[in-house]
Ligand binder design. Structure first.
Ligand SMILES: Cc1ncc(COP(=O)(O)O)c(C=O)c1O
Length: 506
């Protein structure tokens, strides 16, 4: 294909089907090649701030351009600015996967381009969403009293849950709002200091303010202390607060700790508080019979969320929200619809626009359907089990090396660890580990991230990409040990073995 735009481009109408076919086949080839050989790119983009913007024209093209030129720029301008989340060397944050079936499902969703706002706007979009959510519910072992909705992200899923919790308090907030109401107690939400930052953002968005969030202390394994939660709630009640929501996490972002759901559910029962469980990463492990325990007590939650886009091989974005009280979610958001959204079906069907602030909704159920069907429960279990095996293997390498230590239990597929060579004083370990992280990421072979546990920097290796295997973990370990060797302080001539031993481990 030449550089010249085709005749159709400046006239009304879309690209002709034969040309779409040509470009489409070429793009699928590109994607297949990327999936097969994407490891040739550095995982963490080496772009400098502003570099990509500076390589692009500052205004839109006046005349049509050929798709050839666009694809050429994709390779030359855009790819250098991509951090390769969809490659197996990506071990940072929570690693994710746009699996091949998921990518195909996503492609189809954009071709159909349905807006699943109302049942009649595309009955299959609503009903498939209901079906795949019910399949996922069965896979993680939640009772059928839980009914679901797909949102984009966990941040929004939790926002919806907290709005429903506010509605459940019964203070007529939906109608009268909260501002300037002398009759309203201040409402408070509880989560551990390890809850994801989205919870605090949601509380700000919903008008509770950061003071409306009380962070409950954690135990030595970074799990919410349920006794402290009870004390916090009771103390707040004595001082005039109205506790209305507890957010517990199964698989916290930093340490992947698991809050004790049964004890937390007891507190919520005793004080009539909405229990929301953020199980977006760790909760998906419950698909494995041997890991089902991570959701023990979740059946008592009012709402719970999972992210198939985190650890279930579904392309971003896909948040599966469940509630035993979906009627309350609906009460929080539904309005008598304006004339243009009224439909004759009534309560016979679910109009998903009634379950959140947004009207337009993507057909996200389709890609999840592709993933669940093409891997099947067996295939999904095999992959999650392998990720957990790899994480434990990596943790054993760390634990077996005297220069390194594991920093938190490893229930899922994420390992928190740090270098701790005997000769480096405790006060310098954070800087040493951050330097190691930088060196490892500069290698381009893998990308890891870090967090802070207590007051200590911990490196994190998170396994979540479908093609990550032992080879990538071995490469990560080689890079880490090499980075430690080159970041180690050079011993001075005067230092004796006895001198080195003074820097004892804390
Ligand atoms: C435990 C937990 N909850 C919520 C989120 C937010 O996820 P999302 O990007 O889907 O909003 C994250 C992100 O990593 C997370 O780890």
């Amino acid at each position: 294909m030449g550089d010249k735009p085709e005749a159709w481009q400046a006239a009304p109408g879309d690209m002709p089907p034969d040309e779409f076919r040509t470009h489409g086949h070429r793009l699928v080839e590109w994607i297949a090649d990327y999936m097969q050989h994407g490891e040739r790119y550095p995982v963490l983009s080496r772009a400098n701030p502003g570099q990509i913007r500076a390589s692009l024209p500052s205004g839109p093209p006046h005349s049509p351009e050929s798709l050839d030129r666009v694809l050429g720029d994709l390779d030359e301008v855009i790819l250098p600015g991509i951090t390769h989340w969809n490659q197996p060397g990506f071990l940072a944050y929570f690693a994710i996967t746009g699996s091949a079936p998921g990518v195909l499902g996503e492609m189809l969703a954009s071709a159909l381009n349905v807006n699943a706002m109302l049942w009649r706007a595309s009955p299959a979009a609503t009903e498939l969403e209901e079906v795949v959510l019910d399949w996922l519910r069965q896979l993680v072992g939640l009772p059928d009293s839980f009914d679901g909705v797909i949102y984009d992200t966990a941040s929004i899923g939790s926002l919806i849950a907290i709005a429903a919790a506010r509605e459940a308090v019964g203070l007529d907030i939906r109608r009268r709002g909260m501002a300037g109401r002398g009759d309203l107690p201040r409402l408070r939400l509880y989560c551990s200091e390890h809850a994801h930052s989205s919870i605090e953002k949601d509380a700000i968005t919903l008008g509770f303010g950061t003071e409306g969030v009380r962070k409950v202390v954690v135990d030595g394994d970074q799990r919410m202390d349920a006794t402290a939660l009870r004390q916090d709630v009771e103390e707040d009640i004595r001082s005039g607060w109205r506790p209305f929501c507890v957010v517990a996490t199964v698989g916290t972002t930093s340490a992947t700790s698991i809050d004790p759901l049964p004890e937390i559910a007891d507190v919520c029962r005793d004080h009539r508080i909405w229990l929301h469980v953020d199980a977006v990463y760790g909760g998906l492990a419950a698909i494995l019979p041997e890991m089902r325990w991570v959701l023990d007590g979740a059946e008592r939650a009012d709402s719970i969320i999972f992210n198939p886009h985190k650890w279930l091989f579904t392309p971003l974005d896909c948040n599966a929200f469940y509630s035993r009280r979906l009627d309350v979610v609906r009460d929080a958001f539904s309005l008598v619809p304006p004339a243009y959204l009224q439909t004759p079906e009534g309560d016979e069907v679910k109009d998903f626009m009634n379950y959140g602030p947004q009207l337009g909704r993507r057909f996200r159920g389709l890609k999840l359907w592709f993933v669940l069907r093409t891997y099947g429960a067996e295939g999904l279990r095999a992959r999650l089990r392998d990720h957990i095996r790899l994480a434990r293997m990596f943790a054993e390498w760390v634990a077996g090396d005297p220069d390194w230590e594991v920093m938190a239990p490893v229930p899922f597929s994420t390992v928190c660890f740090r270098a701790r060579p005997g000769e480096v004083p405790a006060s310098q370990l954070d800087a040493l580990n951050l330097a190691i992280e930088q060196r490892v990421n500069a290698s381009g072979k893998i990308f890891i991230s870090h967090t802070v546990l207590g007051e200590t920097v911990a490196l994190r290796v998170a396994i979540g990409h479908i093609r990550t295997g032992e080879r990538h973990l071995r490469s990560a370990w080689d890079e880490l040990t090499r980075a430690l060797s080159s970041s180690r302080p050079v011993p001075t001539r005067t230092s004796s073995p006895a001198g080195a031993a003074q820097h004892t481990r804390d």
